[in-house]
Design a protein around this ligand. Structure first.
Ligand SMILES: NC(=O)c1ccc[n+]([C@@H]2O[C@H](COP(=O)([O-])OP(=O)(O)OC[C@H]3O[C@@H](n4cnc5c(N)ncnc54)[C@H](O)[C@@H]3O)[C@@H](O)[C@H]2O)c1
Ligand SMILES: [Zn+2]
Length: 350
């Protein structure tokens, strides 16, 4: 069974949402937006929605710091005050912060109401809005509270990327690179052949990336095994993200993942998996796109502590996803502290 609900592209997305509303007759429709998507994306969407159903709108402040239970409680209270019943429909318009939290919100409200995702960042289009992982952060623990819960559908319209800042495009692009590295060498070649990241090219890349994520998730929805490969670059990447966050100098998710993909590729070579030639190719390409992060050798212990807290570890071992070659990943590989340190030092010295 393929557990992923439909994903529609371009104007087809809104058409299918209209069909869904016509067929399912929700009692009310609630749009969840943040300040930015309210301004840049909502006007277009609302003008394309065809319905007589009553519409409400809930707005949150943008940013990861708002992806928490306190904001959820406010939103659940707002849904209650608006008298949203079990036939209500929540439509999430935004990046991963919004689709993660909105999905969670809908899944718990009255034990679950329907929700639809309209991702508006590149990261949400190729990653966060699909696959059914919903949730919020608990303090500095990312995605600590959550549930697997699928939206009724996802409507991907690359038109929304026109207002997205370039650095956010680059952040989402790291996941596209990851998809090539873990699953499809031809795709990787296509990615590295692009001279610039342009919206026209992105349209095709987004479809391929979604296809790869769908393929993986549909084989292992609750991440017992194969789905772990989607975490390539994220063991070190997340630790780096947390480290910079704690030091009040946050980096974008994609920047952490880019660094993580370089260092985890290095570890892949040292573990006798990836060839040195392919590693050089990965390192050269990623370094050409992403700024080198300002890390020092004395930061290693702090970063390592974050890695030890990673949700994916079991039995106190740090488990990695590594590359066997470009286009094929292996998961659940234990890597000792010395080799992780060597990889980080290599990054700092290169
Ligand atoms: N559920 C999953 O499988 C999964 C996968 C990857 C990441 N995530 C989560 O995704 C989150 C990161 O998502 P993100 O990178 O999309 O960040 P985000 O949701 O914070 O969006 C980034 C910024 O772009 C703004 N924005 C959104 N769309 C815009 C548009 N069209 N024009 C202008 N501005 C726009 C937002 O307001 C925000 O300021 C993290 O919380 C991460 O944990 C979840
Ligand atoms: Zn990611």
């Amino acid at each position: 069974m393929n557990p992923i609900n439909p994903i529609y592209y371009g104007k087809n997305g809104i058409k299918e949402i209209n069909n869904f509303i016509k067929k399912n007759k929700p009692s009310k429709i609630v749009f969840l937006v943040d300040e930015n998507t309210h301004e840049f994306c909502y006007p277009q969407i609302i003008s394309d929605i065809e319905t007589d159903t009553e519409i409400e709108i809930l707005e949150i402040e943008p940013g990861e710091e708002n992806k928490n239970l306190y904001v959820c409680i406010n939103l659940w209270e707002a849904l209650t005050e608006l008298k949203i019943d079990r036939k209500g429909l929540l439509i999430n318009i935004g990046g991963g912060v919004l689709t993660d939290m909105g999905g969670f919100l809908a899944s718990c409200y009255k034990r679950g109401i329907d929700f639809i995702n309209i991702p508006t960042t590149l990261l949400a289009m190729v990653d966060a809005s699909i696959g059914g992982k919903t949730g919020v952060d608990l303090g500095s623990h990312k995605n600590q509270i959550g549930a697997f819960s699928l939206p009724q559908m996802v409507a991907v319209d690359t038109g929304f990327l026109s207002t997205l800042p370039q650095e956010q495009i680059l952040s989402g692009f790291a996941e596209i690179i990851k998809h090539g590295l873990i699953a499809d060498k031809e795709y990787w070649k296509e990615i590295i052949s692009l001279k610039e990241i342009q919206t026209e090219d992105l349209e095709k890349l987004i479809k391929t990336s979604i296809e790869i994520k769908k393929q993986v998730v549909s084989q292992d929805f609750t991440e017992g095994g194969l789905r772990k490969i989607l975490n390539f670059g994220h063991t070190i990447g997340h630790a780096i993200e947390s480290f910079f966050l704690e030091n009040k100098n946050p980096v974008l998710h994609g920047e952490g993942v880019a660094m993580g993909m370089i260092t985890e590729s290095y570890i892949s070579v040292k573990k006798g998996l990836l060839s040195h030639r392919e590693y050089e190719e990965v390192k050269e390409y990623i370094s050409s796109l992403y700024p080198k992060l300002d890390l020092k050798k004395e930061d290693f212990e702090d970063i390592f502590t974050f890695m030890q807290n990673d949700k994916k570890n079991t039995n106190n071992e740090i488990k990695f996803v590594l590359l066997e070659n470009i286009g094929k990943a292996a998961y659940d590989i234990s890597v000792d502290k010395d080799l992780i340190k060597e990889a980080l030092y290599m990054y700092i010295d290169s």
